[in-house]
Design a binder for this molecule. Sequence first.
Ligand code: KMH
Ligand code: ZN
Length: 310
Amino acid sequence: MSTQGKVIITCAVTGAIHTPTMSPHLPITPDEITEAAIGAAEAGAAILHLHARDPETGKPDQTPEAFARFLPRIKQGTDAAINITTGGSPYMKVEERVRPAAQFKPEVASLNMGSINFGLYHLVQKYDSFKFDWEKPHLEATKDLVFRNSFKDIEYILETCYDNGTRFEFECYDIAHLYNLAHFADRGLVKAPFFVQSVFGLLGGIGTHPEDVQHMKRTADRLFGADFRWSVLGAGASQLRIAAQSAALGGNVRVGLEDSLWAGKGKLATSNAEQVTMVRKIIEGLGLEVATPDEARRILSLKGGDQVGF
Ligand code: KMH
Ligand code: ZN
């Protein structure tokens, strides 16, 4: 069966950007993350990009134990490919960030392709008060925070996961990150097809103008030719606009509450599945089809859901 015209939807269900005060719909507990992930897969997501949180406070938690509370349940409840973050939260050290992916050997792990400022401090002014003590300082301190992904860090993650058959979602927040990926390709440390996740609209990364999207695509085309599969995520209100542009240009899309809490102007998404359904309508409205998990596996050369360590 041809995978031509098939669009992979990745859903990133909770992440480490948003905090519990920002939306009552942000999945926090293992039950909530499980339910959100399975719901997103049922709505059409072929890949589930997962982070864990402390169930009491909602703070990002990168311990393998935290992931163990939902990974087997999600695997049992859906055939979607599971993608474990190695980004964790920008405050964490790379050794901590890689541990869940190293232990659970998922089909996909994220890999952030360069260091950037990771500004969330501007969000503080939107809220009069916060549910938990950690939230405000967590956001404010990003004014002086570099999300560190040095060449050595990237190499460390690649080498740690090398024997596991895990492939990567290469998260590129700026044009230079594509060149960093090309550098690792030149050194033979990454294998095609490269799953390039271009990130738009984070404070510290490239913007959300259609020209920004085009420039990412053009540069990736020039550097990787037929050797990459392109996907995009637009942060916040840009999410669906950028997804539509990618799908129209032959690319794939990522949605989910990790990167946007919204389902329309001023309207909080009540679930991850709601965003998947919205992007699905755009894809189908363009005359394209949503890729199934097995089609996504073929497109990205993934090892298969029975080859993971959970
Ligand atoms: N929320 C994305 C912009 C990771 O998990 O490795 C960043 C991200 C990082 O997804
Ligand atoms: Zn993430």
